[in-house]
Design a protein around this ligand. Structure first.
Ligand code: PAF
Length: 277
């Protein structure tokens, strides 16, 4: 496995590769990332992972400075899984002030975008830059960041980028908590409570499978249940998988998404629901 920090060297290394599968990450890798990297091997002969904590996608009061940077440990985890790790500096990615951005679709202002203005614009911009730098045939993103994956698919489709986007299933801890680099911010009590987020989503899913179609009420009940347990809830939303707009009662492929804060830690989760018929 080769660790490369600069774009010219990376391009030279990849110039003769005919089939590249790419896993963009912000590092601090956990089993979710490693699973995606294993899946990448099924999609390309050369597997590239990137590690870059992208300042453009963090708001002024977010955790950019304290986001865990663990390059050495990450490279050790990627041994045998990736062929190349691209870990550029901020200056390598943004040698001049970035004044050109991807304008994401309107859905980027809802759900996570409502609490994190500018986040998806910064995310989409760096993903486009990374895709242009690596020029992979396939790029893989986790479904844990469901709205992110949706926006990347729209960007790739509408800008005619020659890359196939693959979504990897969310990897969970034994109790059901979705793996995330931010889980390590949780103290012991918060870690035990954190499982309530996925349990709440499971409860909403169960109610829908049993025929409940008053999605507003389900959302409200879920918010109230989490709030009563001490969470500060940004949203619990039942949406269509296809466009992430509020779910229609006729919809068959739905997704329940949530974001909520436990103490200072903001957690995200989602669960798909496929209705028969
Ligand atoms: O999901 C992430 O880790 C990041 O948002 C991504 C896609 C690597 C862009 O910085």
């Amino acid at each position: 496995m080769q660790l490369i920090n600069n774009i010219v060297e990376l391009r030279a290394r990849l110039s003769s590769e005919r089939s590249i599968a790419f896993v963009p990450t912000m590092g601090n890798l956990h089993e979710g990332h490693l699973n995606l990297t294993r899946l990448a091997r099924e999609h390309g002969r050369c597997v590239v992972a990137s590690i870059f904590v992208n300042p453009l996608q963090f708001g002024p009061n977010e955790d950019f400075d304290r986001y865990p940077r663990t390059l050495e440990a990450d490279c050790a985890k990627l041994q045998g899984l990736a062929d190349v790790v691209f870990a550029p500096s901020v200056n390598e990615m943004y040698p001049e002030q970035q004044t050109v951005f991807v304008e994401p679709p309107p859905i980027a202002n809802e759900l996570d975008g409502a609490s994190r203005p500018g986040h998806f614009r910064g995310m989409a911009t760096v993903v486009l830059k990374l895709l242009n730098i690596v020029q992979p045939h396939t790029a893989l993103f986790g479904k844990k960041d469901y709205q992110q994956l949706h926006i990347i698919r729209r960007m790739v489709g509408q800008l005619n980028l020659p890359v196939e986007i693959v979504g990897g299933e969310t990897v969970r801890a034994a109790d059901g908590l979705a793996l995330s680099s931010r889980n390590q911010y949780l103290n012991q009590a918060e870690r035990s409570e954190a499982v309530s987020l996925s349990r709440t989503l499971q409860g909403v899913r169960q109610a829908i499978l049993q025929g409940e179609r008053d999605f507003e009420r389900l959302q409200q009940q879920a918010v109230e249940a989490l709030t009563a347990r001490g969470w500060a809830v940004d949203y619990v939303a039942v949406r269509n998988q296809s466009d992430l707009l509020p779910a229609s009662t006729m919809g068959r492929e739905l997704v329940i998404l949530a974001a909520a804060k436990l103490g200072k830690t903001r957690l995200l989760d989602n669960i798909e629901v496929r209705l028969a018929g």
